[in-house]
Design a protein around this ligand. Structure first.
Ligand SMILES: Nc1ncnc2c1ncn2[C@@H]1O[C@H](COP(=O)(O)OP(=O)(O)O)[C@@H](O)[C@H]1O
Ligand SMILES: [Mg+2]
Length: 204
């Protein structure tokens, strides 16, 4: 049902608040997905033109991890997946683009939760070692075959037989953001057991 139809129905039929709430949530989810797609497509265009810039600033890693935890705990719990965020990053600020780093973590976490079955476990770890920040996102999902582990970072690449609801752009953008930081990103995985995505960023 379109937004216009919804407004008309609400006007004609008067308040059915359960119906309104459900439809409002549905419209809000659809708008969010559309916004994500537009933002991802813009990023893909920027990458294509060599224009994906990053803006390194003193950043509070604990705040960044808290934001990630707050945003994704409800998403994980809605699928009965437990989510842990462990960190030893300390309280000093470090130099990085925190919005872009959030984007990387959010993409990896969204995948981990999306591809892990109900009842599974997802874990984020953050370690700071001098001028290097190491991040990892571990899941108990289906795993990724060795032959696919570099291809999944290509534009539009999605594994067959995996209903994702996405467009295969998330990991491509993650890799570009990490490259722009002169960092590294890769995945370790055991088929049938799960995957661990690793990101290493220089933060000096
Ligand atoms: N944690 C994961 N476990 C298993 N497969 C994954 C995981 N993350 C990514 N993949 C695979 O890599 C593909 C590309 O991921 P991504 O670029 O984020 O695209 P999307 O999430 O839109 O499908 C996914 O479609 C999926 O096949
Ligand atoms: Mg994705």
């Amino acid at each position: 049902m379109s937004a216009e139809t919804l407004v008309c129905r609400a006007g004609i039929e008067g308040g059915d608040s359960a119906f309104d709430d459900r439809e409002a949530r549905r419209i809000s989810r659809a708008s969010y997905r559309m916004l994500r797609l537009v933002t991802d497509l813009l990023d893909v265009a920027r990458i294509g033109y060599g224009r994906l810039s990053i803006d390194k600033k003193p950043s509070d890693l604990n705040l960044l991890l808290e934001d990630v935890r707050d945003a994704f705990t409800p998403v994980a719990h809605a699928k009965s997946i437990s989510l842990d965020v462990n960190s030893n990053v300390g309280s000093e600020t470090v130099l990085l683009d925190s919005d872009r780093t959030y984007q990387v973590l959010a993409n990896l976490l969204a995948n981990a939760i999306k591809f892990t079955l109900t009842g599974g476990h997802v874990e984020v770890e953050a370690h700071r070692d001098d001028d290097e920040l190491q991040l990892s996102v571990r899941d108990t999902g289906p795993g990724i075959a060795e032959s696919e582990r570099s291809a999944i970072f290509e534009r539009f690449h999605q594994l067959p037989n995996q209903a994702s609801g996405g467009h295969g752009l998330g990991l491509y953008i993650c890799r570009a953001v990490v490259d722009a930081h002169d960092g590294r990103i890769w995945v370790d995985s055991v088929l049938g057991r799960g995957s661990v995505f690793h990101v290493v960023l220089p933060v000096g």
